[in-house]
Ligand binder design. Sequence first.
Ligand SMILES: Nc1ncnc2c1ncn2[C@@H]1O[C@H](COP(=O)(O)OP(=O)(O)OP(=O)(O)O)[C@@H](O)[C@H]1O
Length: 275
Amino acid sequence: MAPPALRIEGLSAGYGRRRVISDLSLPAIEGGGVTALIGPNAAGKTTLLRSLAGLVPARGSIRLDEVELTRLSVAGHSARVAYMPQALPQRVALTVLEATLSALMSSPDGASDVAEAQSRALRALERLGISDLAMRGLDELSGGQRQLASLAQSIVREPTVLLLDEPTSALDIHHQLRVMQFVRELAEERGIIVVIVLHDIAQAARYATRVVVMKQGAVAADGPPDAAITPAMLADVYKVAARVERCSHGFLQIMVDRALDEAGVQARSVAPPST
Ligand SMILES: Nc1ncnc2c1ncn2[C@@H]1O[C@H](COP(=O)(O)OP(=O)(O)OP(=O)(O)O)[C@@H](O)[C@H]1O
């Protein structure tokens, strides 16, 4: 069976009269890979992700195979799309297992019986390496633990489209790598579409199959990591002078030398220590 495909055409979205994204189109995002959405602050990454999740009013077309998502109800959306917001889950008096179960049971295609739901929820926690947190209250967890619990709530529903907004922002380096590796495996195993907002460009380079770079509500670059992440893009979009090189393990490394001012001229920077 062909993998699912998400097609975005002529998409405009914003808040009230404030238009953040104007007439944005992308070549199809196909299942089985991880698409990283990167770009500077306020570029519109979260707004794009939230429009794909049906949480921001949008004009234009977002099609998942033959289904036009902009015409679906909230329930229709949530049967197909899971969205993990940037904000950590509230410190509510639910255990991690209860919160994961409630995410599953509240989705229209949730498990048909309680035993199945419980085993799916436990499996999600296990895959994220947080089985030991199952009976702990969300109100007694650290920030990183709550972020992992939030990720469990999105993956437990086994959606066709998984949208993750900075899912590693509260995690230590070990858990960042584990989560990114897990997300990549999940996309490949289930053939689902994963779109993930990241600030860490090196993580995008290492784990994404495709990188979409946003600048001021538009697409500034789109392609495999080594085509999208270039010194010219980093200077233009992020206003930094940087080098992009492959390390001995074959991963792209981004070495940022200095910030540039708006005109692209070197801004003052700290000199490296003399040797
Ligand atoms: N609820 C809102 N109401 C009005 N304007 C908003 C709202 N949310 C975001 N914006 C504006 O939309 C623009 C894009 O914001 P968005 O959160 O999509 O950017 P982002 O690329 O995700 O940024 P960051 O990397 O800082 O999280 C910003 O100018 C922001 O001020």
